[in-house]
Design a protein around this ligand. Sequence first.
Ligand code: GFB
Length: 319
Amino acid sequence: MNKNSKIYVAGHRGLVGSALVKKLLQKGYKNIIVKTHSELDLTQQQKVKEFFAKEKIEYVFLAAAKVGGILANNTYRADFIYENLQIQNNIIHQSYLNGVKKLLFLGSSCIYPKNAPQPINEESLLTSPLEYTNEPYAIAKIAGIKMCENYNLQYGTNFISVMPTNLYGPNDNFDLKTSHVLPALLRKIHEAKISGKKTVEIWGSGKPKREFLYSEDMADACVFIMENVNFQDLIKDKNEVKNTHINIGTGEDLTIKELADIIKKVVGFDGEFVFDTTKPDGTMQKLCDVAKLSNLGWRYKTSLKDGIKKVYKVFNEKR
Ligand code: GFB
């Protein structure tokens, strides 16, 4: 990838896509193409076909997806599987047909089995049943990994899949019904402080453990992989090529209760937490084994506390 290469960032308004555009510009990449949803509906095969035929794209970051927290995944189950399959099928297939040099497909650590051994190694993929609350999303993402892998095997493409842990950042979704836990708790705790409320409700038992990576570190890892890694580097056994995807995370996790305590300190709230156990916990732990990524030469930079402080600053500025 050189500074004039034509790079398409699909999903540039999202949490990772926006961080990716920022990172690419910072690094001097000049020829970045983006399209809003109203300019290009990625679920529409014909539109995506026309777009790729016209634009002669060289590199693709596939960060467009329908995403959300545990409640959104569990409620809009059909939308999560349909929209994600459509988007990734259209972009991956057109990237192959139009000779894209390299594509990075963004998945999620929820592709792994509910009871995978911790920390979760890439080899755990498809070894036992998934977590039910996000099964439709996970199935779509697994299809994307397998699509990239098998296009590489059959057609010699260079499509790489990365599986980030739970992400957070300045451009997050703060809608309490559809967001992930970190932005939800930040908002709830902030609003409780402002209105003088004494308690904040946390969904589930507070005991599940999660790993959190700052969106700008995620973007940095993606650009690092695009610049330095090829599919061929990821093959372990030429006779049975599988699990060529790469986990992206910090390798450290904490309970939801511990996360809430950190946010409480950052926000400066002195009330209590109440646990609503009628809401699902989801998977109890999904800590990524990041050895593969470390061996490739990448490590995260932003500590969880610093990342939360940055997000809270932007959150306050937008109010
Ligand atoms: O971040 P989250 O929605 O998604 O929830 P997952 C993580 C944990 O935080 C769950 C608890 O145990 C929630 O019950 N939690 C506590 C809350 N309070 C809240 C709250 O106010 N809002 C939210 N949203 N959660 C998603 C998957 O799983 O993670 C996706 O559904 C994807 O497919 C994504 O993989 C990264 O970590 O459980």
